[in-house]
Design a protein around this ligand. Structure first.
Ligand code: NI
Length: 167
């Protein structure tokens, strides 16, 4: 297992489109294990492969308090969505920034597990928002890119300041 480096917004690699997984092999299992360890260590509630500069459609999510409810989604697709959510979200690639963006309140997702088995998941609330957030990463979209240009400029300025402080 390994802790992977998480790309930080506005790194252009966060805007790459992830390709579907076609082979469910040992290297996929290794990627999922490393992503899981990286997410828990951060700590975060979700991580997309895009964020660790692997451009494959792989997501790990765990919104439980006890950190014992890991969900792995490979090639996820939203097949049904309802309602509007106003849950504030954050992102490991945009540390310290929280905001609400347009999300469905409930989603039905079809995905493969790490072994290549197709399954359907119904999610609501935080889990639903988290899945939509991570699926956006696979499309090269970071949640702050939904915000106004003014807010995005402020976000970039805050992140640049954080980096200078930590340097
Ligand atoms: Ni994120």
């Amino acid at each position: 297992m390994a802790i992977l480096n998480i790309l930080r917004y506005p790194d252009a690699r966060l805007n790459k489109l992830a390709a579907p997984v076609t082979v469910f092999d040992a290297s996929l299992k290794q990627l999922v294990q490393d992503m899981t360890e990286t997410m828990y260590a951060a700590p975060g509630v979700g991580l997309a492969a895009t964020q660790v500069d692997v451009h494959k459609q792989v997501i790990v999510v765990d919104v439980s308090d006890r950190r014992d409810s890991l969900i792995t989604l490979v090639n996820p697709q939203i097949v049904d969505a309802h309602g509007d959510s106003d849950i504030e979200e954050g992102c490991l690639s945009v540390p310290g920034i929280y905001d609400t963006v347009p999300r469905a309140e409930r989603v039905k997702v079809r995905a493969y597990d790490v072994n290549g088995k197709l399954f359907t998941l119904e999610a609501q609330g935080l889990l639903a928002v988290c899945i939509q957030h991570e699926m956006d990463h696979l499309q090269g979209k970071v949640f702050v890119e939904y915000l106004s240009q003014l807010k995005q400029t402020r976000v970039r300025a805050r992140l640049a300041k954080q980096l200078r402080k930590s340097a």
